[in-house]
Ligand binder design. Structure first.
Ligand code: ARG
Length: 590
């Protein structure tokens, strides 16, 4: 189904042509003076020079040509040459009816379906998820859902940090604590225990302890580096221990991500490409891309047009060890080979921007990616506390994601049971609180442009008023409640009952609904979930404005009432579709 703006533009273009002017002057935009008109066309101004005529004369000719038009209720040529347009209620109603009857509200599928990999989440195993991990997961999940909704093939890959020094540190610390374990006995040839020698909480305590110790004890760090090396070169006991670390960690990560309604198609990690590295390094050397520099192996990636210093991309350290870069490059190679994507989008902290610039350039220069494959860095800003500094616990420690979500859950539960909303059983209140808490956190994050830092303000995010997740959920719950009551009164909600708008607020609501397709396409093109948030906030506002103007359920004119109910159905369906794109859902009542 065509976008409403395109349909309108087509009419105005035809009018320009009929009046003897170039068709392309007829481009229409949403009005920037909503007090005067709904849409506008500035083509007459652009045509003035070409036709050596005052723009208002051209605008008048076009307005004349649009006189008997079925789309516009008002066409006004105003000085110095704008065309102010209002659309006919009948046209709008017919358009919305078609949206209701079409799949995905008439959203057109792209001419070319793309294959897109989204690299997001990026947790490091054996380290608990903290608030810093929230953004990658939440933004990546939404970008994935938006692209999928538009019909693209999208593969989400968690790309875990599971291979570096942190693994050697954990192994070293375990050896110090439990040297008798068979994993450390090089003569041991039997099968290793199926059960891990630690729980997730132990693991989460071991890593920071080992990390702290390595910073003050050089000999300890030496051991950890050796353990990393042994692990990476395949020492049997170390691999077996590593398998346990991954299994225990992944089980915990799955539980956490599930709670966040975030899910991945691929649970790959840096370790997965280990075996590809030697071949890749060989190739880069042989083709003359990589050269030695202070003992390390690097690929130069500077370009003449650079306005800032872009250091070479390091492939191997002087001791021959691979780095974060190396695994990222080998991962690109693997993805090209196994999946062949049209684009890879990395949702990572914006402080890694320069790093990714190096990796992308290196991948292009060395031909690891096809020229037509897009590599996109979607960098996000920091989550700050109310003091404007990186978010911390009250004691000044790193805030665990689980704790944070738990706190918001409690707050939402208190609100829901405090008697403001609908009465419900404790179980329903719990479930509702969980949904509302997720909406609060995700909307609070996603409503900000990804690249900006934002302040994590629990009180603001969980408020039922203003630009928040709970406000959107209350709006949806309100719509559902009216639809339920209508059914209880014996009414059968029907989309086809939609009628022409009778008031300004009703028309505003209908206009907003008609903009759905454009919004989804823009949010995808700009990888910008915040545009979905802005849309539903606006939609909720116009809906609530309309709702407060009449008493829908008490309306005596049955046709009018049925028309409003149809409008509510569409509004509710679009709002629920949008929150699904953001990665949360709404309760039946609140
Ligand atoms: N684990 C990394 C970190 O904590 C993030 C991974 C991002 N993705 C990637 N392909 N490098 O910084």
């Amino acid at each position: 189904m065509k976008k409403i703006l395109d349909l309108i533009t087509k009419e105005v273009e035809a009018a320009f042509e009929a009046a003897g002017y170039a068709q392309e002057l007829g481009r229409v935009t949403v009005s920037n003076r909503p007090d005067l008109c709904e849409y506008q066309c500035n083509g007459a101004m652009a045509g003035a020079k070409r036709y050596k005529k005052a723009p208002v004369m051209i605008a008048n000719d076009v307005a004349q040509a649009l006189r008997e038009n079925a789309v516009f209720s008002q066409v006004e040529a105003v000085a110095p040459g704008f065309l102010n347009l209002k659309i006919k209620e009948s046209f709008l109603t017919a358009y919305l009816k078609e949206m209701e009857e079409s799949e995905k509200f008439g959203l057109e599928m792209p001419a070319q379906k793309k294959k897109i990999i989204i690299d997001y989440g990026g947790p490091n195993v054996a380290k608990p998820l903290h608030v810093g991990h929230l953004r990658s997961a939440v933004i990546g999940e939404s970008v994935k859902r938006i692209a999928r909704y538009l019909g693209h093939t999208v593969i989400g890959d968690i790309h875990m940090g599971d291979w570096g020094l942190q693994m050697g540190l954990i192994i070293t610390e375990l050896k110090e604590r439990q040297p008798q374990l068979p994993y450390f006995d090089e003569a041991y040839e039997g099968a290793y225990p199926a059960e891990a020698p630690f729980t997730i909480s132990e693991l989460e305590e071991i890593y920071p302890a080992a990390s702290a110790r390595s910073k003050v004890e050089p000999a300890y760090k030496e051991k950890a580096m050796e353990a990393t090396y042994k692990l990476q070169s395949g020492v049997r006991g170390y691999r077996a221990l590593w398998d346990h670390i991954i299994a225990v960690s992944v089980a915990d990560l799955k539980r956490n991500y599930e709670r966040l309604h975030v899910d991945f198609d691929l649970w790959k990690g840096e370790s997965d490409v280990h075996d590809r590295i030697p071949g890749m390094v060989e190739y880069m050397k042989k083709e003359g891309y990589a050269h030695e520099s202070d003992g390390a192996l690097v690929v130069d990636v500077k370009e003449e047009s650079d306005t800032r210093e872009i250091p070479p991309c390091m492939i191997l350290k002087s001791d021959g060890a691979s780095l974060y870069n190396t695994t990222d490059l080998a991962t690109i190679m693997e993805r090209m080979e196994q999946i062949g994507p049209d684009a890879i989008i990395y949702v990572v902290d914006k402080r890694q921007e320069l790093y990714f610039e190096q990796v992308f350039r290196c991948a292009r220069k060395t031909g690891l990616v096809k020229p037509e494959t897009a590599l996109q860095f979607l960098g996000f800003g920091t989550v700050n506390g109310p003091d404007g500094k990186a978010f911390k616990t009250r004691e000044g420690g790193v805030m665990r994601l689980e704790t944070l979500i738990g706190d918001i859950n409690e707050r939402m539960y208190e609100k829901i049971t405090s008697g403001e909303g609908e009465k419900m059983s404790p179980e329903e209140a719990r479930r509702t609180a969980e949904q509302a808490a997720l909406a609060a956190v995700k909307y609070g994050d996603l409503s900000n442009q990804a690249s900006k830092d934002y302040i994590f303000d629990i009180a603001k995010f969980s408020s039922s008023e203003g630009d928040t997740g709970p406000y959107i959920l209350y709006t949806i719950a309100r719509i559902k409640s009216i639809l339920r009551k209508y059914a209880e009164q014996g009414g059968a909600p029907q989309a086809a009952a939609l009628r022409e708008a009778q008031s300004a607020s009703e028309k505003s609501l209908m206009m907003e609904l008609a903009g759905f397709q454009t919004m989804v396409e823009t949010a995808f093109a700009d990888t910008a979930p915040h545009k979905v948030c802005a849309y539903i906030y606006n939609l909720s506002n116009v809906f609530n404005h309309f709702y407060h103007e009449q008493n829908i359920l008490k309306e005596e004119d049955a046709e009018k009432k049925a028309g409003w109910i149809a409008l509510l159905m569409l509004t509710g369906a679009i709002l629920e579709t949008c929150i699904d794109l953001l990665g949360f859902s709404a309760p039946e009542r609140m």
